[in-house]
Design a protein around this ligand. Structure first.
Ligand SMILES: Cc1cc2nc3c(=O)[nH]c(=O)nc-3n(C[C@H](O)[C@H](O)[C@H](O)COP(=O)(O)OP(=O)(O)OC[C@H]3O[C@@H](n4cnc5c(N)ncnc54)[C@H](O)[C@@H]3O)c2cc1C
Length: 380
């Protein structure tokens, strides 16, 4: 679908689309089957500026806006949900937290390495006992002189084992409402007591690295604290707002990727002496997907435009993420149906798109959480 992007955004879109077609699409199925994070693609992502999308140029990044961030994720997701998740989370979560709330010293230390792909970023909020209720986290960081000692377990952390650093949310005060006693810390891989303990096997996005992390008496200096003490949860909500735009964009890419494949298949596949695309039942499935994905696209790029204009966009990001993720799942499911039995095999990419799309309804706040956020705004 054409969108009224600026010339710069159109050029970016074409560049990333070409990159995805040439460098990613031919390998996506193999990476998925091997359930292996494709380290070999990292230097290529970095060379194109896709690992420092919003990082200012003075820190070695591309200095682009949120619309660009969404465009990059959408184009990659058209061919590979796993890599789109990597690009979305690296840029938006771990790196984004330091970019938005880090000290100047932290920005100088981490952002150039992140943009160069030397250090991928992880961001650890979720725990075995706290997901949607993210403020209920149990990981602690206790002051010890000028240092902090971190203890706890984190669950489902993207880039957990392949990342160079991790921004971890931990409880730093217990005698206040739970949202007000959380701080963020940056912990480097190799720090004593910090380990990626378990690689998780998943339904989709199988070549994205997802791990359980453990922190056992991990000692970091106070200079590793990202943002104000006990303000970590407020900062986290802002990080998730922008992150949700990227998950909406990922959903769009997966949905459009599956739709394009289904249109092509409907032209090629013949039954009853005709291309199946001539049957109204098939046409209506494709038409419904196109309408829903275009609607999702308008929501997504509206949220991105608000972010770029420096306006509030929390509600709009939740609406985009909710609608785009559910629209993408429906579109992928219909596309698989159009492919019939062949869609159920791994020969065609639609089954992977369907599996990959499901995470968009779960990560960075489930659909139920988005509805709670939206309703909260309605009653505010
Ligand atoms: C592949 C993958 C990558 C991820 N990457 C990261 C990452 O990099 N960093 C990170 O911190 N986290 C990450 N996550 C975690 C993700 O954000 C959580 O899985 C998500 O927030 C849901 O938490 P949960 O899995 O504990 O589910 P739960 O919170 O236990 O929810 C279970 C069900 O109950 C529903 N529910 C819960 N509370 C309510 C309520 N009040 N009202 C109605 N329904 C409710 C939920 O919507 C859901 O349907 C990742 C997850 C996956 C699967």
């Amino acid at each position: 679908m054409d969108f009224d992007f600026s010339e710069d955004h159109k050029l970016l879109q074409k560049t990333v689309r070409d990159f995805a077609r040439v460098e990613v699409a031919p390998h996506a199925r193999k990476w998925d089957e091997e359930e292996r994070f494709p380290k070999e693609i990292v230097p290529k992502l970095a060379a194109l500026g896709l690992l420092g999308i919003r990082i200012p140029t003075e820190y070695g990044g591309s200095g682009m806006d949120t619309t660009s961030y969404a465009i990059c994720v959408e184009e990659i997701a058209k061919v590979d949900g796993s890599l789109a998740l990597t690009v979305a989370s690296h840029n938006g979560l771990g790196t984004g937290h330091i970019l938005s709330f880090g000290s100047e010293a932290q920005k100088q230390k981490y952002l150039p390495k992140a943009a160069a792909g030397e250090w991928l970023a992880a961001w650890a909020l979720t725990e075995p006992g706290s997901g949607s209720d993210s403020a209920g986290l149990a990981t602690t960081a206790k002051r010890q002189g000028d240092n902090w000692v971190i203890n706890g377990t984190k669950m489902f952390i993207t880039q957990g084992s392949v990342g160079g650093f991790c921004v971890v949310l931990a409880r730093t005060a217990g005698d206040v409402p739970k949202q007000r006693g959380i701080s963020a810390f940056v912990v480097e891989h190799g720090t004593k007591g910090f380990s990626a303990s378990k690689h998780l096997e998943k339904l989709g996005c199988r070549s994205s690295d997802t791990c359980e992390l453990t922190f056992e008496d991990v000692v970091v200096p106070d200079s590793a604290r990202v943002g104000e003490e006990n303000a970590g949860f407020t900062d986290t909500m802002k990080i998730l707002d922008r992150g949700r735009i990227s998950i909406a964009a990922m959903a769009l890419g997966l949905g459009y990727g599956a739709l394009e494949a289904a249109i092509q298949y409907a032209k090629d596949r013949k039954q009853f002496g005709k291309a199946i695309g001539e049957f109204q039942a098939i046409q209506w499935m494709l038409a419904d997907s196109r309408v829903e994905l275009d609607a999702a696209r308008l929501l997504t790029y509206r949220a991105a435009a608000l972010a770029d204009a420096g306006k509030r966009y929390s509600l709009e990001a939740s609406m985009a993420k909710l609608y785009a993720s559910e629209a993408a799942s429906r579109a992928c499911n219909r596309s698989l149906q159009v492919h019939g039995g062949y869609g159920y095999t791994r020969e065609f990419p639609v089954e992977r798109h369907l599996r990959d799309a499901k995470i968009c309804e779960i990560g960075e706040g489930t659909s139920e959480v988005q509805r709670m956020v939206i309703a909260k705004h309605l009653f505010a």
